[in-house]
Design a protein around this ligand. Sequence first.
Ligand code: PH4
Ligand code: ZN
Length: 312
Amino acid sequence: MPYVPTKEILGDAHAKVYGVGAFNINDLEFLQAVIGAGAEESSPVLIEVSEGAIKYAGYGQVQRGADTLYAMVKQYADTVKIPVALHLDHGKEFKYVMACIKAGFGSVMIDASALPYEENLKETLRIVEIAHAVGVSVEAELGTLKGIEDNVEAAESILVDPVQAEDFVKRTRVDYLAPAIGTSHGAFKFKGEAKLDLQRLKRVKELTGIPLVLHGASSVPEEMVDLANRYGGKIEGAKGVPFEVLKECVEAGINKVNTDTDLRITFIAVLRKVLIEKPGEIDPRKLFGPAIEAVKEIVKARMRVLGSSGRA
Ligand code: PH4
Ligand code: ZN
């Protein structure tokens, strides 16, 4: 099965009540790990790239970045048996959204969540009209994540209002909604217990009836944090969303589960170890290889927890 529209993957997850990890990549190494995991788990795969990833891949040129990432994903998708889709994560600038649509992405996120409600709605509707005209589906966000969302700092999260979510989905015809329910990006999500507003999430699902997205969903595996710290890292007090809570989120209506930090921590932890253990090695392929394999295992574990394993 080749490259497919995102809607095919998320439509099935919504209808059959399971979650699909949307894994962020910036380069070939993470792509190999995620596709490899999907193939071994017979899981559909959702790859997503941020504006930062596009800038990085394009070495400063937006369209070149979007085209490069699309070409890489498409090539891998066409040579595996599982369905693979590509999504723009946190599209904020119009030029990034347009570059991704032009490149062939299956879906884009327009993140105007920092704007007042009516302005977010207006901007989302503008993108929906353009994207739907060419068969591209759209994700939007309501509320604000705690902590740092890209460069916008939100001291406290502003949780989604379910009635507003219903109005937003009706008026924009957006395909997927990311409701803020208490998560945040990065490795430091909670000081104490991991608490998310699941009642609010259920209400949003009832009132909107569309696939929902959990941003900031990494679990921040303790063994990888410890490994990184053992080999010179300084990651203290890291805490993510536990697997049990992820499962509850999926039961309550989440279908797309954004995961970036878990892959980053794992790759860097293993890379730190290999660099220390093989000080004479200068071939990047030999240094990255074990890190790719470790990321693949982390992704496989999430596919099993979310229920996407065996669905392809
Ligand atoms: N994301 C990932 C955002 C990555 O600019 P950038 O490339 O650093 O952006 O949208 C998530 O929701 C990931 O959540 P996580 O941190 O819990 O993995
Ligand atoms: Zn996010």
